[in-house]
Structures are given as structure tokens and as C-alpha cells.
Design a protein around this ligand. Structure first.
Ligand code: FBP
Length: 553
């Protein structure tokens, strides 16, 4: 593979570890903290995790390494969507493992959790690892979305571990994958397999955070990448002065990515799903909000603007949620076939009209035809509407265009409304990790091995105090059960790590809410530019505005 000059330079980058891990492997000892209990439903979680519940929080500090000498064979798995920095988690793990004992072995299971079940792996050697240091992507071993959650799978996993003499598994994933890491750890402990399980917090979505996790890795780089692109578009908009840009950003349900990009770039509009739900906003309410900005700006001669739309927005609009539920019901089972057999959209529309409630039909009729049709085209394997595939950037721009037509009829000045649409998602998931993500990920991996070495299982590799310089980061581990509560999933009560949505009383949202009125009227764009890897640390080592507002001094 031909290497870019940046890739060659990034190979040489030495990630920064937290101060307490910098003195060499022989100088890291454990400080045990208090016993833990889960954030809610303590009795139920305790009953489900009798072997791993209630363990102590730990931090590492400078001191004699007293961990037992034992040959470690560690398996590592990348789970779920790509997030910048994944390779550095593997690199940190590899370096700590080899620094402890050259005989230790790191196996990378290929293609995600299914690699463990199918016993597909590659041994990670120094030369192999060196090709991936400080690079984006998960291609070192690949990733996948198979969930490790059934007893049958755990038995297979135990067999594979036994076959290779594996002593520990590290699962790098989001909330679901780390929940499953805890369940696997409990299974391995209950069956006395001697295999430890450690989790690492990954996702660009930023929804895996709580009082123990400052942020998941990948969020920093992905949002910086999207913010660079949004800033460039803002500059184009401000130069050409002829388009409104509707930009959807990835992030699944939560609006952390959209909010962070808004804090970075100060667009005219940014929708926040959690606020839409809290205020029970309708599609019409949102449309009016955007149209007000368009009209105000037009009245000042500014026929341009930028609106950021979070991927999961429509799920938060109460009336839209009901509509989706009714459509799922309408086409359940064999009814899909009957629907598909109808020869024209006109006949399909009549079928829909007959099947939906009056309220939902009103919402449906309000939608642009292209979106109406999309709702009946994109289905998941269970036949449900795939909400994430709805082109909400087009949906809102179209609704605003209709609203402006109506306003114009009443004599209101609406100016010109030229539109462009964008979706930023995959563009950011495999970017070269920012220095922050390169350092954070390397630390998570290094730390994960220290947890293994000291015999912990069912723990999440925890690196905190992330708004401070890396020197002051705090490395340690937290029992995953501490982050769990019981939630209803697919009709069953399940122990899960609580997903973090945008908190409307949190500092990032409050900052945004205090400024958005001005941003919607004036042109307050900020152009963050590309991620910088070399140069002053004020430019290269900064983290997200979200983290600084949440955790900074
Ligand atoms: P994870 O939750 O696995 O980290 O995935 C994040 C994400 O990038 C979401 O933002 C997005 O909705 C989804 O993955 C896209 O998934 P896919 O890669 O399967 O298209």
C-alpha cells in the first residue's frame, strides 16, 4: 500500500500516557478505592452478576509493580462502528503486554465478536502493529456488529479461549458491547474459566459517558472532522451568499455530535433531538423555527445560512414516532406483500390513508412526497421503517420551502431560498485520530493490559480527567456493573449501561441555548479548519468544546 507523507509521519508519533503510567511497566501499582454499586436497580443487578458485582474502583499510581508473573495470551476484539483511535487501543495494549513479558501474546479476532465465535484471528506482531500506529480505521483486524449475548455463544467463546490458552479478552465497543463484556465476564467467572474480560469505551456518537467515562474515544476526531467540513461550508455560504446548507450529521439517537459541531462552528440553526422531545415539538414547530431564521436573515439581505440536523432527529418528534409505529403495524407480516403489489403510488397512498389514524395521516400528508415514499421503501429485516435512513436534511429543507411559499402568499418577505444538502458520517469515522484520540486510545489500551495483569475482570478501562493535559489524566478501572441499570429491551428486562443523551441542563446545551438566538439571526460562523497534528499544543492538543464545558475548570 502506498503511504501518504502524513501516514509516514504519524507512525513516528509517540502517544502521551497519563503521568502515572509513564514511569515504565515496573513502576505501576494499584490503589483500590471504594466498593461500587450499580447506578440503579442494585438488587437486580447484584443478583445477575454474583461474581463480578460490587468490586472496587481502582486507580493506578507510581509504585512497585506487584502483579503476578504469568504468561498472558490476550484476545482483542473491535466491535461496532469504526471510531478514530481504535488502532491505538490495540497498540497500547500490545506495548504494555510486550513490555511486561516478551513471551506474552496478543491475538486479534477478525471481523468483530464473530471472529471469537468462529475462531478467526491473527497474531499481532511488532511489525504488523507498526503499520497501524496512530492511523484511523479498524482495518487492522476489522470490526462487526455480532452481539455476544447468548449462553451458547459464551460456551463457544470459552472453548476458543481454552484452545488457545487465552487468559483475557479485551472488547473495544459502545454501550451494548461493554454491557455484553460484563455479561461475558460474569459467565467466565461463574464457570471458573480463568479468562478475564476488560471493556474499552468506543463510539463517535458520544453517548457512552457517565460519571466514570468522561467521553468515548472517536468523538473528538469525528466531530473535529465534521466541524472542519461544516466550517468550510459556512465560509462558502458566506462567500457565495446564495445557499442555505442543510447538513445531517451522524450520531445515532443522541444529538451530542450535532451539538459539539454547533459549538465549534456556530451555525444559524442546530436541532437537538432531546430538546424536541422535551418540548414535544411537532414537525411544524421545527419548520417554523428554521423558516423564522431564513426570513429574518433574508430581510437583512442574507439569503444564506447553515442548519445542522442530527441523524436521530425524527425519532424525537412525538407525532413522527407515532406515525412510524403505525406504519410498522400497517405493514406487519404479510401485509407488506399486499402493499408492494399495489401498482401505483396513488393506490398505495389510498391504502395508507385507510390504515393510519387521523392524526398520523395529518403528519404523513405534511411530509414531502419523496419522504413519504422513503418511509415505505427502507425496511429493516423485521419489516420496520429504518428511521436512520430518512433523509432528514432534505425533509426539513423541503418543509421549510413549503412554509416559505405559504408565508409569501400572505405577503411576508421570504427572500430567495436556494438549498444544498449534505450528510457527514462515514467521512469522520476513520480519520487519522487527533492527538487527543491518539493519546487517549493508547492510554486506554495500555491501561487495559494493566487491569488484566493485576487480575481484574468485568472492568472498563478508565482514563479520566481528560479536559486536563495528558500528564494529569487519571488511569484506572471501574466495574462495568457500576454503570448498569435495568431497562426494557425488546419486551424483556435487561441489565444495560445507560445511554447518555444530551442533558438539557448540562453546560454544553446551556451554552448553545444562550447563544443560538444570535447565531440564527446574525452570521457568527466559526471556521475550525482541519485537525492539526503538529504545531502549538493550543491548536494540536485541544479536545472538544463539550468536554471542556462539562469537565473543564
Ligand atoms: P457505534 O454505535 O457502533 O459506535 O456506531 C456508530 C455509528 O457510526 C452511528 O453514528 C451510525 O448511526 C451507525 O454507526 C452507522 O452504522 P453502519 O456502520 O452499520 O452503517
Amino acid at each position: 500500500m502506498k503511504l501518504s507523507p502524513l501516514q509516514i509521519e504519524r507512525y513516528k508519533y509517540v502517544p502521551k500516557l497519563p503521568g502515572m503510567l509513564r514511569n515504565g511497566i515496573n513502576d505501576i501499582c494499584v490503589k483500590e478505592g471504594k466498593e461500587t454499586s450499580s447506578v440503579a436497580d442494585q438488587e437486580k443487578i447484584k443478583a445477575l452478576f454474583p461474581n463480578t458485582y460490587g468490586k472496587k474502583e481502582i486507580t493506578f499510581e507510581k509504585g512497585k509493580n506487584t502483579s503476578p508473573a504469568k504468561k498472558q495470551v490476550v484476545g482483542v476484539i473491535l466491535s461496532g462502528g469504526q471510531a478514530p483511535g481504535g488502532h491505538n487501543v490495540v497498540a497500547g495494549l500490545f506495548d504494555a503486554l510486550k513490555a511486561t513479558n516478551k513471551e506474552n501474546i496478543l491475538l486479534g479476532f477478525k471481523g468483530g465478536p464473530s471472529g471469537l465465535l468462529e475462531d478467526k484471528f491473527v497474531e499481532i506482531t511488532a511489525d504488523f502493529m507498526d503499520q497501524y500506529r496512530n492511523t484511523g480505521g479498524f482495518d487492522i483486524i476489522g470490526s462487526g456488529r455480532t452481539k455476544l449475548e447468548t449462553e451458547e455463544q459464551f460456551n463457544v467463546a470459552a472453548e476458543v479461549c481454552k484452545k488457545h490458552g487465552i487468559t483475557a479478552i479485551v472488547i473495544i465497543g459502545g454501550d451494548d458491547s461493554n454491557t455484553n463484556a460484563a455479561v461475558l465476564a460474569e459467565f467466565f467467572a461463574a464457570h471458573k474459566t480463568g479468562v478475564q474480560v476488560i471493556g474499552c469505551p468506543k463510539t463517535i456518537d458520544g453517548d457512552l459517558k457517565n460519571e466514570d467515562i468522561d467521553c468515548s474515544f472517536g468523538f473528538d476526531t469525528a466531530t473535529k472532522t465534521y466541524s472542519e467540513l461544516i466550517g468550510n461550508i459556512e465560509r462558502d455560504a458566506n462567500s457565495a451568499k446564495k445557499y442555505w446548507h442543510f447538513i445531517k450529521v451522524m450520531g445515532r439517537s443522541a444529538s451530542h455530535v450535532a451539538l459539539e459541531c454547533a459549538l465549534e462552528t456556530q451555525p444559524n440553526i442546530c436541532l437537538i433531538g432531546e430538546e424536541v422531545a422535551a418540548k414535544k415539538m411537532s414537525l411544524q414547530d421545527i419548520t417554523k423555527q428554521i423558516a423564522d431564521s431564513v426570513c429574518y436573515r433574508a430581510s437583512k439581505g442574507n439569503n444564506f445560512g447553515v442548519a445542522i440536523i442530527p441523524e436521530g432527529i425524527v425519532e424525537f418528534v412525538p407525532e413522527f414516532k407515532v406515525l412510524i409505529a403505525e406504519i410498522n403495524e400497517l405493514l406487519a407480516g404479510s401485509k407488506t406483500e399486499a402493499f408492494n403489489a399495489l401498482p401505483s403510488w396513488k393506490e398505495k397512498y389510498a391504502f395508507i390513508e385507510k390504515g393510519l389514524s387521523k392524526e398520523s395521516m395529518k403528519v404523513f400528508a405534511f411530509l414531502p412526497e419523496a419522504i413519504q415514499q422513503q418511509l415505505f421503501l427502507e425496511r429493516d429485516p423485521h419489516g420496520n421503517v429504518q428511521v436512520s435512513l430518512i433523509e432528514s436534511e432534505k425533509l426539513f429543507s423541503e418543509l421549510v420551502a413549503n412554509e416559505l411559499k405559504n408565508r409569501k402568499k400572505t405577503g411576508e418577505f421570504v427572500g430567495k431560498f436556494g438549498r444544498q444538502h449534505h450528510f457527514f458520517g462515514y467521512e469522520g469515522r476513520c480519520a487519522f485520530p487527533s492527538n487527543f484520540d491518539a493519546d487517549y486510545c493508547y492510554s486506554l489500551g495500555y491501561n487495559a493490559f494493566m487491569l488484566i495483569q493485576y487480575g481484574y475482570t468485568g472492568y472498563l478501562s478508565k482514563v479520566s480527567n481528560l479536559a486536563a493535559p495528558a500528564e494529569q489524566w487519571v488511569a484506572g478501572g471501574m466495574p462495568i456493573t457500576k454503570m448498569m441499570n435495568i431497562e426494557r429491551r425488546n419486551g424483556e428486562d435487561k441489565p444495560v449501561i445507560r445511554k447518555a443523551l444530551v442533558e438539557l441542563d448540562g453546560k454544553p446545551f446551556k451554552y448553545f441555548a444562550a447563544h443560538r438566538d444570535e447565531w440564527s439571526k446574525e452570521t457568527c460562523f466559526v471556521f475550525p479548519g482541519a485537525i492539526q497534528y503538529y504545531g502549538p499544543k493550543e491548536v494540536c492538543d485541544i479536545t472538544t468544546r463539550t468536554l471542556v464545558l462539562e469537565k473543564g475548570e
